[in-house]
Design a protein around this ligand. Structure first.
Ligand code: PLP
Length: 465
């Protein structure tokens, strides 16, 4: 395979047809091994993020996506979405400042944290980030004092029995029974309420969660209109799936959601509808590769109740392997604890034999377990495992506990998509063709300060002819 890449952009441009991710990971591993490098790394497919944006525009044309950057604050992702015209959902001064640095206009930023620190509200006021959510009286009092011209969006608690991966309703949202009281308080304080928002929960598992929430938002909207507020915006929050294996697909959600929007908030109303998707944009774009740094083979517990396997061999006759890898629950796999995620290990092996295995992170903590039990071919120290769908709520909250480094991130993009996003620039292709394929592979630490923006990168790529 011929790699084409721009050393300037830090994004490797790959000639079409782009190989599958398994092949790409294998290639990176070869590059790593040739340099005696065993560190964990991620491959981020920028084109995957772009394709998600395109699918959103096509399937939910009435809804502007405001990327919930808490999900993954990677500068390359943020810059890509900013360049594509996405809006952003920020939850703090730090996030607002990151997004403003990319030149995103304030009409494309919502401060969507219903419980804000006072100094952060002042920061938002200073930078004219005036759309913000609230769900309680104390917030209205703070905003009245610190940012009286803010445009407030009431976050309601969508009441439903639908299962979600992470229930946000335990912490946020004004119960439908309290909506009138809270809006009356806003009137009394002369705070400008201009919208209603909800969040069905992260990782929604049934599409009807959205239609129920839209109808409840409509009820709250009606109350606000009756109280004399000039209502102009509906915010349908996040919760959209980001990976193929999700229990419900984006397509299934949008067919129900579009109907609900057309019923309760028809286009003739002329209102602005936004959403705050997080995992939707990034989950599938990242694949994490980890190295097996240690291994232990153990006898299974003799008292294991379920006895024999299909061949009539007791499980106790099989070896069971514990693999220790160089990223764990204190790092990228924090999603197991915080996001209720389940990791699925993939390995490069032709062996048909499978053994009971467990996969552990690199720290000295017994809690640092990635997979308690799975079936894997026998692996050796120095070999690699990889985990797809690692872009959401992973590197954003990963720590360096025990001195364990975060994975480096390697950005790739197919030639076709790169040219599509940056058509006005002299293409990376010509530049890349002149470069040898074994040049140093660019890498960026997940939270490193020196990440160059795609636009800067693209504009600095010069024709060499
Ligand atoms: N908006 C708010 C206010 C959130 O708290 C979250 C996630 O916690 C999101 C959006 C993004 O949710 P998701 O990643 O499920 O789309």
């Amino acid at each position: 395979m011929k790699h084409k890449y721009s050393s300037i952009s830090s994004v490797e441009i790959i000639a079409d047809p782009m190989p599958c991710m398994t092949q790409l990971i294998q290639d990176k591993i070869e590059q790593f091994e040739s340099r005696d490098c065993e560190d964990a790394f991620c491959v981020c497919d920028v084109g995957d993020v772009v394709n998600k944006f395109k699918a959103w525009k096509e399937l939910l044309p009435r809804v502007e996506p405001f990327y919930a950057c808490k999900c993954n604050t990677d500068e390359v992702v943020v810059k890509t979405l900013a360049d594509l015209g996405a809006g952003f959902d920020c939850a703090s001064k730090g996030e607002i400042s990151q997004i403003l640095k990319h030149g995103v206009p304030t009409e494309r930023i919502i401060y969507a944290n219903p419980c804000k620190q006072k100094s952060f509200i002042k920061y938002a006021a200073k930078h004219n980030v005036d759309m913000m959510t609230f769900d309680n009286e104390a917030e209205l009092v703070k905003v009245k004092e610190l940012y009286p011209t803010a445009k407030m969006v009431l976050r309601i608690l969508p009441v439903s029995d639908v299962k979600v991966q992470c229930n946000l309703g335990v912490k946020f949202g004004c119960h439908p029974n309290n909506v009138a009281k809270l809006l009356k308080k806003a009137k009394e304080l002369d705070v400008d309420v201009m919208g209603v928002s909800f969040h069905c929960g992260s990782g929604v598992q049934e599409a009807r969660a959205f239609s129920l929430a839209v109808s409840q938002a409509h009820d709250a909207w009606q109350i606000a209109v009756k109280l004399g507020f000039n209502m102009t915006m509906l915010d349908i929050g996040g919760g959209f799936p980001g990976q193929k294996s999700a229990p419900i697909s984006f397509t299934e959600i949008v067919s129900i959601l579009n109907d609900a929007l057309d019923t309760y908030f028809p286009a003739e109303m002329g209102i602005r509808i936004i959403a705050e998707p997080g995992r939707y944009f990034v989950a599938s774009a990242y694949t994490l590769a980890v190295n097996i740094i240690a291994k232990r083979t153990v006898a299974r517990d003799i008292s294991d109740a379920d006895g024999c396997n299909q061949q009539g061999v007791t499980k106790n006759d099989e070896p069971s392997h514990m693999y220790y890898v160089n990223d764990g629950v204190y790092g990228s796999f924090n999603c197991i604890m915080y996001d209720h995620a389940h990791a699925e290990a993939h390995v490069f092996s032709d062996s048909p034999l499978r053994f009971t295995s467990s996969v552990w992170g690199p720290t000295c903590d017994g809690l640092d377990c990635i997979i308690q039990e799975c079936r894997l071919p026998e692996m050796e120290v120095g070999q690699w495992m990889y985990f797809p769908d690692m872009g959401a709520y992973t590197i954003a909250a990963g720590s360096t506990f025990n001195g364990m480094p975060r994975p480096t991130i390697h950005y790739i993009c197919s030639q076709e998509i790169w040219d599509e996003i940056y058509p006005d620039h002299c293409t990376a292709k010509r530049r890349c063709e002149s470069m040898s394929s074994d040049a140093d592979f660019p890498s960026i630490m997940a939270t490193g300060p020196d990440v160059r923006s795609l636009r800067e990168a693209a504009s600095s790529i010069s024709c060499i002819e």
